[in-house]
Write a protein that binds this ligand. Structure first.
Ligand SMILES: [Zn+2]
Length: 114
């Protein structure tokens, strides 16, 4: 993968809504200043911990866009935050494994779909 592909997007669509993405250093849990976060999503804004390596930053971006999708659909507002986190972690792990095994074939097969 070239360096351009490793660069995080500054904005990206999530289910049709535009989200802003910022890479920030020293990202932490507001309720626990000692807890470093890989990323967080608030409304249409996503923050990614710039202190992490590129792999962890991209995984965090995938993870936070899943929170974003739940936000856009309104599902986030009716979920307990702990349940939401379990759902997002489960889906992130699945999508990551699926893409590792079948990502190239999947992207080739859907190429041209709208
Ligand atoms: Zn999360």
């Amino acid at each position: 993968m070239n360096d351009k592909k490793k660069t995080m997007p500054r904005t990206l669509p999530v289910l049709g809504d535009r989200f802003a993405v910022a890479e920030v250093t020293g990202l932490h849990d507001d309720d626990d200043l000692a807890s470093a976060l890989d990323g967080c999503q608030t409304g249409h804004r996503i923050k990614i911990n710039a202190d992490n390596d590129v792999s962890k930053r991209w995984r965090a971006l995938l993870h936070e866009t899943m929170h974003g999708a739940l936000y856009v659909t309104g599902v986030q507002s009716v979920l307990d935050p702990n349940i939401e986190e379990i759902i997002v972690q489960t889906l992130e792990t699945h999508v990551n494994q699926f893409m590792r095994l079948h990502g190239t074939a999947y992207l080739a097969a859907i190429k041209g779909d709208v």
